[in-house]
Design a protein around this ligand. Sequence first.
Ligand code: MG
Length: 385
Amino acid sequence: MEAKKRKISIIGSTGSIGRQALEVIEKLGDKFEIVALAGGNNVELLKKQAEKFKPKYICSNAASSRAGESWGEGLTILHGTEGLEQICSNKENDIILVACSGKVGLRPTLTAIKNGIDIALANKETLVMAGDIVMSEAKKYGVNIIPVDSEHCAIHQCIKDINQVDKLIITASGGPFLHKSIEDMKNATVEQALAHPRWNMGKKITVDSATLMNKGLEIIEAHHLFGFDYDDIDVVVHPQSIVHSAIEYVDGSVIAQLGLPSMHIPIQYAITYPERFEGIKSKSFSFSEIARLDFEKPDYEKFPTVKLAYETGRTGGTATVCMNAANEEAVFAFLDGKIKLYNIYEITKKMCDEHKVIHNPTIDEIFAVDEQIRGKTKEYIAKFS
Ligand code: MG
């Protein structure tokens, strides 16, 4: 008998994770059936993906695409956030890969959870902004949230009995400024910040990797995903990006997950979990070829963003919403050449210090704080010359 195909939708199919997910799905041949693909504004690529993968639904944000427009037989065009809601409430889906970036991922993810659909989660904002709500809803509806990010995916693979785990150890490549001076980092150009030594990713996350804010966000995500106190989540710098993270059991045993730095592996793990397939694996892992693995303590003087993430995480409520919103606006300003790399932290820290935290916020309050902080951050940035 032919094995049942897993039905999947991808939110953010034209982004970096979405494109790589489609490469995995293509390689896995008849294992998947695509229900819907949602892309932002890249209509051309979305059209190509629709031709190749034949989903039932396409959702786009672009003005050039309209609901009801024909892109091919049997294909329904959806539009905007309403379209995303429609996709995420379609119980035909076995799993939804949330691979878009930004807060746009939050509401559709909650809708999918309420409909009992498992989530492969690549969107950071979902947990950084609303981790408490998302995880309690997932528990309530019995939904699996399988992380795509390499670090959380590694921890997910290491954990056998979560009650016996003492500590999570998240690895950080350290980004392009790991062994540069603070002065070099302060004066870094956009090009230097975007030259990540190990991972090829979108621009926002690459800048976050240069400041190590990415690691800060991952600490907060790990806290929510695995239910660990911040005191029990450590960060270690590991420049080779071979050990993707580790856990320490109560008895002192440490289990780590290793692999070549390719996002195909965690993406495939998340969408095929709990099964494993050969898939897109390009070559076998060789310890002797890698030869050495280095580890060092993160320099919190140079990368104060990590400390800020621990602080806002411990405060909880809307503190992480504020940090995320201020950081993102500052990163955009840096990419636009309006501020220096180091200003990103200073601006984010200032916004966090001034923020009046709401504890146990509703989703609407979360979005309101996000809006308010973005406005305030932009106003503040406008004063920079
Ligand atoms: Mg990561």
